[in-house]
Write a protein that binds this ligand. Sequence first.
Ligand code: GAL
Length: 713
Amino acid sequence: MPSPTPHRWLRRPGPRTPSGEQAAPGTHAPTGLSYGADYNPDQWPHEVWDEDVRLMREAGVTVVSLAIFSWARIQPSEDTWDFAWLDEVMDLLHENGITVDLATATASPPPWLTTKHPEVLPQTRTGETLWPGARQQWRPTSPVFREHALRLVERMAERYADHPALVAWHVSNELGCHNVYDYSDDAAAAFRAWLRDRYTTLDALNDAWGTAFWSQRYGAWEQVLPPRLAASHPNPTQQLDFKRFSSDALRDHLRAEAAILRRVTPDVPVTTNFMVMGETKGMDYAAWADDLDFVSNDHYVLPGPQALDELSFSANLTGGIARHRPWFLMEHSTSAVNWQPVNVAKKPGELARDSLTHVAHGADAVCFFQWRQSAAGAEKYHSGMVPHAGERSRLFRDVVALGATLRDLAPVAGSLQKPARAAIVFDWDSWWTSELDSHPTDRLRYRQEALDWYSAFLALGVRADVVPTATDLAGYDVVVAPVLHVVPAALRDRLTAFVEGGGHLVTTYFSGVVDQDDHAWLGGYPGALRDLLGIRVEEFAPLLDGESATVELAGEQLEGTLWTEPVDVVDPDVEVLGWYKTGEQAGRAAVTRRTVRAGDRTGSAAYVSTRFGRLGLVPVLARLLDDAGVRSELPAAVRGEVELAVRTDGTDDYWFLVNRTARPVEVPGVTGDVLAGRRLAAPATTGADAPGALLLDPRGVAVVRRAAEAATA
Ligand code: GAL
């Protein structure tokens, strides 16, 4: 077992949550925040390595992810192994006080393997082969690939088990980034096995898939296929189950690698880098988290009006997946990436602000892709910590400055995301199902709707957690579940109990409509949630592009797009908060809320029947939060301009105040010790104890330590 060094992600008990729950092992970096990058020394001549470690020390790097794409170098042919170079790099890093999150190196199989075994190559739904020449050219279900990959994992684990630099294992890389959906014969066989496990009998599968439709009834398991290119719309439940299966197949690969690592090195924590960002939706990470000793995520900023909101949303959801325990930001970028249509360089201040926004939502490690910008290959225009320009560059100076800031934030390490009073529920089944084909509209975007609600929270300066559906909701005052399309009976019962316990539920159009098999709940929409919401809808009325419907709510005229419905109010305890004023639904209810009294508790269930978008949702959410008594913790003057995120270790709270503008912003009235940022002197006119305002630089972040206030959720 390696000897303890600073910044080690130990398998030891983590801190207690505010409710007294013991955090899982392996989730605590006890001595500070970690800082580093993917390190690819095998792309560089040997003489560069010494300069690398010199600059890493200058930047304050404490951890690197190593050997992620090194399979062809480590195993140049089936029976030859070359670890000498990796031994040397591991030793060099250790001598310089830098720890290693060592990859299992299985992400990209070498040419000798794919030449000898072309049957490991994935196939698309149209039957095309994904050939070597890029990366991740492997079928998640290929037994041949699995055998070769696990052989490599075992060799890596045995070789480096006792190396003092080793602090964590990094399984593969971004599992499913390019190969989540494979339609090959291997996938077909594994899909059938998965279906047998789920349904036991063919009759049960036929029922779940509704195969009475279009003569699809299966008479033998061998007849069942992945949803390959078909003459018309493939069976929706077949598509949904294939998504569930594909996520599980990758998870199975993760578990297979992790099992070897845990057998050979039981004291070294295991992680893999998730991609909680944008429209990356193939992997149900909420389900995968339990297979890891700590959660890691990769995030890249997506340009556009919600770039910063999306970053915060993703970081927040990663924390939710990690059950509010610290997690590891495995990759983000110092500046431009290489894979967008136009790759924009980060503006001054953005490098640090983006990193610290992740820390604000629970990251205990800040790492980049990659250490040194490549000179060759498809990623040579992707930024790194050391750019093509070298150390004499603004970018490297920013990298060094961020290292110093992270050292100042050492007390934050190990603290938990402090629960907010409101939460947004994020549901993979609903994401997958609501966007299937042959629906009332193909314009609906599940994650965009959730992000728009989050943007409205940010605009109002109200903290909201983003949590997977399985999260215990009992402590929240307000829960927003946008487009919660798939509602099995058990989820309906949980939401009903939440409301009867005094909680305030908000949901939207196309929610509650189907069960876990994507079968419509009958009797009127919103199906499973009809009684709870106290309304009934007989028919959807989606809008064409360019169409909208005006809704009057709280004295404002709002424009609904995408979707409307003829909502009938059927329960006497339903109040209409917003009315359609134009279009086919004019005069009908657009936004409703049912008050639910149970014992001495009063909860509510609100319904929003159209899409208001990120700006239109602000007054809608303001009304709902106001009535629920949930308010911003920020001074009124800075709401919307500053994001507040809070971590806590039970003794102290850490307030992260993120300037979302390109101007300096003063935040008055926040007490506490400033760990990052600046405080102005209090004006002479204020009382002796009044704190001076915090001065946030353009795109700047202040972090303040304050005595912990009781958790609210
Ligand atoms: C990630 C990947 C890295 C690198 C990076 C570029 O998807 O894990 O290896 O390719 O993107 O942004």
